[in-house]
Ligand binder design. Sequence first.
Ligand SMILES: Cc1cc2nc3c(=O)[nH]c(=O)nc-3n(C[C@H](O)[C@H](O)[C@H](O)COP(=O)(O)OP(=O)(O)OC[C@H]3O[C@@H](n4cnc5c(N)ncnc54)[C@H](O)[C@@H]3O)c2cc1C
Length: 316
Amino acid sequence: MSSSLPEDVQRAFLRTIPGLEQVHILRPGYAIEYDCIDPLQLDHTLALRDVPGLWCAGQLCGSSGYEEAAGQGLIAGINAARWVQDKPPFVLKRRDGYIGTLIDDLVTRGTNEPYRMMTSRSEYRLICRQDNADSRLMPLGHAIGLISDERLAAMETRQEQIRAEVSRLEKTIAPPNDKTNGFLEAHGTSPIALRGASLADLLRRPQLCYEDLAEIDPAPPSLPRPVTEQVKIQIKYEGYIRRQLKDIEEQRRLEDSPLPPDIEYLAIRTLRTEARQKLQAVRPETLGQAGRISGVSPADVGALMVYLSHREESSK
Ligand SMILES: Cc1cc2nc3c(=O)[nH]c(=O)nc-3n(C[C@H](O)[C@H](O)[C@H](O)COP(=O)(O)OP(=O)(O)OC[C@H]3O[C@@H](n4cnc5c(N)ncnc54)[C@H](O)[C@@H]3O)c2cc1C
């Protein structure tokens, strides 16, 4: 029987059930508190803004889940350690990985219900993949002393092999002869005419996979599977990834524009009332964060940009 009522009330109602008149409770039902801390009171290191030296992590900040709690614990722990060592804070951005998105969502938007880190919440989900977590995050981990030189070097060697193989496939041209076209037809894809095609172009065809190419590859190398997997992913999905990288680049311009901490949002008449109040409460650190606060529209971000440029002009 699911319940979070006080223990004496649970005992009393259980004893109203026929057959359970003298029941004893070994362990009463309980509920999880997801709203001990309003995450809007936290900064991106998960420190309470108004209580220096106190970090929070886990479901008391409004999230639910093992990974959500562990991810926050990692960041809070790293930052607590760096604070006592007088080192600058360590913050993962939304584009760095899901932990960055989770924390940014919590501390800039708050949450009305237990927050779950779903992939759909990340605008970077084509890039934040399990298969490239090492190349995305190891350099950051190494920079703060959590990844050894050896592990970083092994990752960099793998990346170099991937780059070299992608480049080789781009440059190796399959001629439009009987061997190539017989191979293509056998795999249910159209033959090539005139100029031939690079092996990378052929790999982009849905009917072909990396391993198939060995049949027409003049010098197929013997590479470890993690390398060939990455080569395949990078070539096959290059178009989609390039488009997302372009979007990210545009957002980065906005993301990184700092917002001075002393802005009096309530006094900016060009913002809508709701946006003024939300911005005043959240006090985002960058324009990118401002744009993600629910209740702050793209038009409000535009108004904020105009305000900032006027402010900059008048301070000259
Ligand atoms: C029944 C149930 C099933 C779940 N199933 C899943 C699932 O399948 N997958 C999933 O991802 N998530 C699941 N969750 C959610 C997940 O367990 C939690 O969100 C996550 O464990 C929260 O981690 P946390 O570290 O924030 O809190 P907790 O794991 O609750 O850790 C808090 C710790 O603080 C200790 N503590 C409390 N007060 C004090 C005090 N005063 N002094 C010292 N220590 C104290 C507690 O004993 C506890 O050990 C489930 C939760 C429940 C209740």
